[in-house]
Ligand binder design. Structure first.
Ligand code: J2J
Length: 548
C-alpha cells in the first residue's frame, strides 16, 4: 500500500517556522541525554528499588545496549515493542533504540495477546522486551506471540529469561569495548531529529488501536517546554507511578522532562499510597503525576496521615476529568499545589500554571503549552463557536501529529483537510485560553484514565457464536469516573461470566473487559439508524440506580 505513510509530515513552510522559532532544535532524544550526562554526569538520574543510576550510568548502559542491539541485527527504522513495568531498563532500552534510530513501540503492562499481537503485526516489530513479573508471566505471552507473528525474531527479558534471552546478556555482547569504540560504532547509525522516534498508542475509538508517530524534534519540544512550565531543575525529584511509557508520565513533563532538567526519577512498580508515600518520604520527592482515581485514593490515605508527604510540592492530575471538590481538597489535605494536566499522546498538552489563581487551578484543565498550539472549538458542522461556548476541540501545532501511522483512511476522518487533529473532546475555552473539558464525542470510555475504544470491545463480543449484536457504553462512577457496560443481544442464553471469560481468553487487557453486561432484545437506534448510545447510557444508569 504505497499511500500508507508512517509519518505525515508537517507542510514544509510550517516545519521551517517551527525550526526558525527554535521549537525544533535538531536534537534527538539520545543526544538530549548525552548533553545532560555531559553537564551532570554524577547526578542521580534514576532510583529503581535499591538501585540508583547516575546520568553517566544511564548513558553508558544505553550505549552498551545499543551496540548489543546492532550485534543482533537491529537496525534503523526497526520496531521493537516494549512492555515493561516501571524499571530502569525501560529507559536504557529506549535510549539505546533512539541512539541507533530504531523505534520503541510503547505497550502498557496491562496489554495482552490481542493488543500486543496487533502492535507487532502493524509495525512488523522484530523485537519484544518484557520483564520477569510476579503477577503475570509475560514469557508465556511471548511464546504465543512468537508462534503467530512471523516478523518477531527476538524476545529479551529483564530478569530471569526462561526460554528467551536476558537483557543483561545483550549488554554482555558489547563486552569490553570502551566508550570511544562504542561511540564510533553508534555514530554511523545516528538518526535525524526529524525522523520518527517512537510509536505511542492512541486511546482510540475505532476497531483497532492506532499508532502515533512522534519525531525527536516535536516530542523534545513538548518535553522542554513542559519542564520549563513545571519549573523543573536539577533539584526535581519526580515519582513515576503511572505506567512509565504513558505519554503523561514520559513527557508531561514526566521522566524525560526530569532528565532534560538533570533531576531524579524515582520509579515505583505500584501506585497505591502504602507504596508511594514511603517512597515520597524516603527520596524527598517534590513532584508526582497521577490520574484522578489515584488522586482520590491518595487523598483518602492522606486524610489519615499526610506526614510522609512533607516534601511534595506539586501533584499533577490528568488523564481524565478531576472533579472540582476533590481538586480543592488537594492543598488542604496533601499540603501541596495541584496542577491539572489535560493531554493526549497525539500531541496537545494543557497545564494549569503555578501562578494561576486557585479557581483556575481547580476549575479548568489549564491552557496549552505553546502560543503556537492552534485551538479551534467548533460545532458539528466545523463552524467555530463563540468564546466560552461548548464545542469540539480541534488542534494543530508544533508537537501535534498530522496523521496516525499507516492509517490513510482513518486519517481522513481524524484530521481536517488543513491538518487539525479532531481530539474527540468536547470543551469550552475562555478568553484567556483556559480549557474546560465538558465531555467527549468519541466513542471511547475513560475508565480511571485508561481508555477503551468501544468498537474494539464490541468487535470481540461479536465473534462469540451466541452474540447477535453488542454495544459498549460508559456509566458514571464515583471512583473511576466511568465504568463500562456492554449491552448484548443474544441468539441463545449465555451467562455474563462466560462472555467475560470469552473476552479474557481472546487476550483482551483486563481493563477492557466490561464491568457489567446487560442482555437486551434489541439495541435502540437513532433517527439515522446508528446505535443510540446516549439512550443506552441512560438505561445503564437507570439499571444501576435500581440495583443500588
Ligand atoms: C479530562 N479528560 C482528559 C483531563 C486527558 C498528559 C495528560 C494526560 C494524557 C492522556 C497525556 C484529561 N480531563 N485532565 O497524553 O501527555 C482525556 C481526553 C484526551 C485523552 C487522551 C498527557 N486528560 N483526558 O490522558 O492519549 O479525552 O493521554 O483526549 O491517554 O484523555 O488520552 P491519552
Amino acid at each position: 500500500m504505497c499511500n500508507e505513510l508512517e509519518l505525515t509530515p508537517w507542510p514544509e513552510h510550517v516545519a521551517q517556522r517551527y525550526l526558525d522559532l527554535g521549537y525544533w532544535q535538531g536534537q534527538t532524544i539520545g543526544e538530549m541525554l548525552e548533553e545532560r550526562a555531559a553537564k551532570t554526569p554524577n547526578n542521580t538520574a534514576i532510583v529503581c528499588g535499591s538501585r540508583s543510576l547516575s546520568y553517566h550510568d544511564v548513558l553508558q548502559a544505553s550505549y552498551v545496549l545499543a551496540v548489543g542491539f546492532l550485534a543482533n541485527g537491529i537496525k534503523a527504522k526497526d520496531a521493537v515493542v516494549i512492555q515493561l513495568p516501571n524499571v530502569a531498563e525501560f529507559f536504557t532500552v529506549c535510549f539505546a533504540l533512539f541512539h541507533i534510530g530504531a523505534r520503541p513501540v510503547f505497550a502498557l503492562p496491562a496489554h495482552r495477546f490481542s493488543e500486543i499481537n496487533h502492535l507487532i503485526e502493524s509495525t512488523q516489530a522484530v523485537g519484544y522486551v518484557i520483564a520477569e513479573d510476579r503477577d503475570f508471566d509475560y514469557r508465556n505471552l511471548a511464546q504465543q506471540l512468537k508462534s503467530t507473528a512471523m516478523c518477531l525474531k527476538h524476545v529479551w527479558v529483564v530478569g530471569d529469561p526462561g526460554p528467551w534471552v536476558a537483557l543483561s546478556e545483550l549488554s554482555a555482547q558489547a563486552g569490553g569495548r570502551d566508550t570511544a569504540q562504542l561511540l564510533n560504532q553508534l555514530n554511523e547509525h545516528a538518526p535525524s531529529a526529524r525522523d520518527l522516534a517512537m510509536l505511542q498508542l492512541s486511546g482510540g475509538s475505532t476497531g483497532l488501536p492506532k499508532l502515533i508517530p512522534r519525531t525527536h524534534d516535536d516530542y523534545l519540544y513538548s518535553v522542554r517546554a513542559s519542564a520549563d512550565i513545571c519549573r523543573l531543575t536539577e533539584g526535581s525529584v519526580y515519582l513515576s507511578v503511572l505506567p512509565v511509557a504513558h505519554n503523561f508520565s514520559l513527557s508531561s513533563p514526566g521522566s524525560l522532562g526530569v532528565f532534560y532538567a538533570g533531576g531524579c526519577v524515582v520509579l515505583s512498580r505500584y501506585a497505591s499510597a502504602d507504596v508511594a508515600f514511603p517512597l515520597i518520604e524516603k527520596h524527598r520527592v517534590n513532584l508526582a503525576a497521577v490520574v484522578p482515581s489515584l488522586a482520590l485514593a491518595w487523598l483518602q490515605s492522606a486524610r489519615k496521615d499526610a506526614r510522609q508527604l512533607e516534601s511534595l510540592e506539586v501533584l499533577q492530575v490528568g488523564g481524565a476529568k478531576f472533579n472540582e471538590a476533590s481538586a480543592r481538597s488537594v492543598r488542604l489535605i496533601m499540603g501541596c499545589q495541584l496542577q491539572q494536566v489535560f493531554g493526549m499522546a497525539e500531541g496537545l498538552v494543557c497545564y494549569t500554571r503555578w501562578y494561576d489563581s486557585e479557581d483556575l487551578i481547580c476549575q479548568t484543565q489549564g491552557r496549552a503549552i505553546s502560543i503556537d498550539d492552534e485551538i479551534r472549538v467548533v460545532d458539528d458542522l466545523d463552524q467555530e463557536v463563540a468564546v466560552g461556548e461548548v464545542g469540539h476541540l480541534l488542534t494543530r501545532g508544533p508537537y501535534t501529529i498530522r496523521g496516525y501511522y499507516k492509517a490513510a483512511k482513518h486519517n481522513q476522518n481524524a484530521f481536517t483537510d488543513d491538518g487539525f487533529y479532531r481530539t474527540g473532546d468536547v470543551v469550552r475555552q475562555s478568553e484567556m485560553g483556559y480549557v474546560v473539558v465538558e465531555g467527549r464525542a468519541k466513542d471511547q470510555i475513560n475508565r480511571g484514565g485508561e481508555k477503551i475504544a468501544a468498537q474494539e470491545v464490541e468487535a470481540h463480543l461479536l465473534v462469540h457464536a451466541a452474540v447477535l449484536d453488542a454495544a459498549l457504553v460508559g456509566v458514571a462512577d464515583e471512583y473511576l469516573g466511568e465504568r463500562s457496560c456492554a449491552f448484548v443481544v443474544v441468539r441463545e442464553p449465555i451467562r455474563s461470566m462466560s462472555l467475560k471469560m470469552f473476552l479474557h481468553e481472546r487476550g483482551l487487557a483486563q481493563y477492557k473487559i466490561p464491568d457489567r453486561i446487560e442482555f437486551v432484545d434489541y439495541l435502540p437506534k437513532t433517527a439515522v439508524g446508528k446505535i443510540n448510545k446516549l439512550l443506552l447510557r441512560q438505561m445503564a444508569e437507570q439499571a444501576q440506580n435500581e440495583r443500588d
